[in-house]
Design a protein around this ligand. Structure first.
Ligand code: ADQ
Length: 764
């Protein structure tokens, strides 16, 4: 920095000095010219007036008068002296000190006499600078009789010029000091300071101290480096946190699954094979916002679980490009590297037309398969045109996958959900060496319910193209195997939970999905007093309440939201002392609103909340607060943390992550979970209060039981549920699923048996 400062100061000083000297030189020249012309004018006037006086003295022969005049005008006002000369140049009277140096034959005098005109000249007399002016003398008849020489000392001009230059050099010296001081300050404030702070930050990160990120101003100065440094720092922080967690777990001899452990596990299992994940929803969505492209990550546990695996093995995620700026961010092969801040794997986008999306996604998947698989008494709609789109979109994804997997010796494919029932077969037929798994996130119904689907054979055949078919719970596996047994020509092996068809074997196993158990994530501040936070939230909502219940759902007819509201109503009827005290807050995310059944349902939920509120509300208290919007993760976590109870009353649900999220969020080991027995989660979270949501009265009783539960019992229940979710978190789910898939080829049957988690086989 010292050399930089010196260079900057040197360059600035040289530049400023050159500019100052050049401009001063012009100033000096013009000052000099003006002093010279002043002197010329003054000398001419004086010479003329003295000449006229001298002519009078000469005419009258008054020599003493002439001498007196010469004496009088010598040595005054820069006048060195004068001389009066005859026509031949002979000196008549000369100022005494000047006679040796002022010859009457001087050029100006001769010129003045000869040309009959005044003359002037700057010259030197010895070491002295002088201005010599000559004026001709006339007789009465206008004949030139001689001349007069007047000599001015020009020393004062030199002094003036010297004074100006002195002033200039003083200015330059002052400027140099100011420039040096400013440069040093600028370097210190804008360069040395920020660099020192960033260096300190990097040092703290490196040494694992509590690192405070420098302010935006400091990083702004390093604008080219900042985009590189910030993710590097974040990666270091994550790596250190992962290493610390691993070390802690090792020390405690625990076997908790972490992102790092999952990544290592999957890397080992894949043994160099490439992983391809397919889902309808993409992990990064690019959208236009305020003329700039914004990237967002959909709030989904799936991204949290799958991303570490793809990062670890540099895999590929194939998904529908749904963002309005998605096309702008891909390369010519429709690929981009993600995560955007630290690219580690490929996202391959598949484009769908509006008709394709309408038929495949809204139509067949969500109006057909969704209600078909959920026993929630909404009639599935099967349109031939939707089926056609569903088939074609699956084909499109199959082509994309085959293209992505070209040249792969042992590709491993993990397909997500009911949008792609046909995809496993389509890929298997073209790439028999690919290991393929599909995970079905929603329930599988009993065979009698499933057989109303006109394309049941095609769907089952498509799914059986997979080597591994995963469901949340064993009951769904059993339903699936029963359906296959009934519909297709296939051999179902009940002992090993597999199906053999046309020499291809598919294992059908349960993998209960879960959530991140982020006990110490930075966005969940520890040590927050739930009561204080609850009071703050109640104030923000503008209501009055003592006890809070919460529900968090997409507003979907399978989630039992209306039954939940009615249970609140029943509870308030039967326990009137809670009127004015208990408020149930429902966070309801809008979903699939283009489908009429969903739009109608959303209006029904709103109407039911209004009806119950109108019946009970008093003052600022209301029994139900319905917030119909998508909340971000932090907001949802806040509601989980403050709620005395959480209600999950799905009429039918594959797993239900909200139940597990509520448990994971309760670091304080408080809170009661009221959970529908028709969720996959009910088969793991035995310590919830399990309810039948169709039985509104007993669900209302469950609310009373939760609010009146002894604290010791509450803590015991929550602690056991937390242990279960912690041990079987989302990383455990992904590790089991991919582990089982990778083992299938090696020792298929043995691993399949080993991988079946011990769950109670309950059929619905
Ligand atoms: P979903 O039917 O979407 O999932 P669920 O498992 O409850 O249901 O997950 C919903 C997710 O959305 C949760 O993470 C929740 O926090 C979030 N969410 C819900 N409402 C929200 C709101 N208002 N604001 C913000 N976030 C909200 C399908 C199956 C499930 C299965 C999952 C995973 O239907 O049975 O558990 O996949 O496999």
């Amino acid at each position: 920095m010292r050399i930089l400062s010196l260079r900057l100061i040197g360059a600035l000083i040289i530049g400023v000095t050159l500019v100052s000297i050049a401009s001063s030189w012009y100033e000096v020249q013009s000052q000099k010219d003006s002093l010279h012309s002043d002197l010329e004018r003054k000398a001419e006037i004086l010479g003329e007036s003295l000449a006229r006086t001298a002519e009078l003295y000469l005419e009258t022969g008054n020599r003493p008068g002439l001498e007196q005049m010469v004496r009088r005008f010598s040595n005054r006002d820069h006048l060195l002296g004068m001389g009066v000369y005859g026509r031949d140049g002979s000196a008549l009277v000369v100022t005494p000190g000047l006679s040796p140096v002022l010859p009457g034959t001087s050029q100006p005098l001769r010129d003045a006499i000869l040309n009959d005109h005044s003359q002037g000249k700057f010259t030197r007399l010895g070491f002295k600078g002088v201005y010599v002016s000559s004026v001709p003398l006339y007789a009465a008849n206008r004949e030139v009789t001689g001349g007069i020489i007047v000599v001015h000392d020009t020393g004062y001009i030199r002094s003036e010029i010297f004074r100006i230059w002195s002033r200039v050099f003083i200015h330059i010296a002052i400027q140099m000091l100011v420039i040096s001081a400013i440069t040093i300050l600028i370097v210190r404030w804008s360069l040395t300071g920020p660099i020192a702070r960033v260096a300190q930050w990097m040092r703290e990160l490196r040494t694992g101290l509590h690192a405070v990120r420098p302010g935006a101003n400091d990083l702004d100065f390093l604008w080219r480096l900042a985009p590189e440094v910030a993710p590097l720092a974040e990666s270091m922080r994550r790596a250190r946190a992962a290493a610390e967690t691993e070390a802690r777990l090792r020390n405690a001899n625990e076997s908790e699954w972490t992102a790092q452990r999952l990544a290592d596990h999957v890397r080992n299992r894949l043994d160099g094979s490439s992983l391809f994940v397919v889902s309808n929803r993409e992990p990064y969505v690019h959208t236009w916002r305020d003329n700039a492209i914004d990237v967002s990550v959909p709030a989904s546990g799936l991204v949290a679980a799958i991303e570490p695996i793809l990062c670890a093995c540099n895999g590929t995620w194939v998904a529908h490009g749904s963002g309005d700026a998605d096309a702008e961010t891909v390369d010519s092969h429709d690929r981009l590297q993600v995560p955007p801040e630290d690219p580690r794997y490929s996202l391959r986008r598949v484009w769908l037309s509006a008709e394709e999306e309408e038929g495949y996604y809204y139509g067949f998947a969500n109006e057909g398969l969704w209600p078909l698989c959920h026993i929630a008494h909404t009639r599935p709609i099967f349109r031939a045109s939707d089926w056609e789109h569903y088939y074609n979109v699956n084909q499109k994804f199959a082509e994309t996958l085959v293209e992505e997997m070209a040249g792969e010796a042992h590709p491993v494919v993990l397909i997500q959900d009911y949008h792609f029932a046909l995809l496993p077969r389509m890929v298997k037929d073209r790439l028999p060496h690919a290991r393929i798994a599909i995970f079905w996130h929603i329930p599988w119904p009993n065979p009698e319910s499933f057989e109303i689907c006109p394309w049941q054979r095609e769907l089952l055949d498509g799914l059986l193209g997979a080597d591994l078919i995963g469901f949340h719970v064993r009951a769904h596996c059993i339903n699936f195997l029963n359906t296959v047994d009934r519909v297709l020509e296939a051999r179902v092996d009940w002992e090993h939970f597999s199906v053999k068809r046309n020499d291809h074997q598919s294992s059908v196993l349960p993998f209960p999905i879960s959530v991140e158990f982020s006990g110490e994530t930075p966005d969940i501040p520890g040590g927050i007093d739930a009561a204080e936070e609850r009071s703050a939230l109640i104030r923000e909502l503008g209501i009055e309440a003592v006890f809070i219940g919460v529900g968090v759902d997409r507003v979907d007819y399978t989630k039992g939201i209306i039954e939940r509201f009615q249970a609140v109503e029943s509870f308030l009827e039967r326990y009137p002392s809670y009127q004015g005290k208990f408020t149930f807050i429902q966070l309801g995310a809008p979903t699939r609103s283009r489908i009429k059944r969903y739009a109608d349902f959303q209006a029904e939920v709103e109407a039911e909340a209004n009806r119950i509120n109108a019946r009970f509300k008093r003052g600022k208290w209301r029994p139900i607060v319905f917030q119909f919007r998508q909340h971000n993760r932090q907001e949802v976590q806040r509601y989980y943390r403050i709620a005395h109870l959480c209600m999950v009353t799905s009429l039918h649900d594959g797993m239900n992550l909200v139940a597990k999220e509520y448990v994971a969020a309760r670091q304080d080991e408080r809170g009661i979970l009221i959970l529908s027995r028709f969720t996959g989660a009910a088969r793991e979270l035995y310590d919830a209060i399990i309810v039948n949501p169709y039985d509104v009265k007993s669900t209302g009783e469950a609310i009373a039981r939760a609010l009146q539960m002894d604290v010791g019992e509450m803590i015991g229940r929550m602690r056991r549920m937390r242990t279960s979710v912690k041990e079987h978190n989302i990383y455990w789910w992904a590790g089991s699923l991919i582990g089982a898939l990778c083992e299938l080829r090696l020792e298929q049957k043995e691993s399949a048996i080993a991988s079946i988690p011990d769950r109670i086989p309950v059929e619905m």
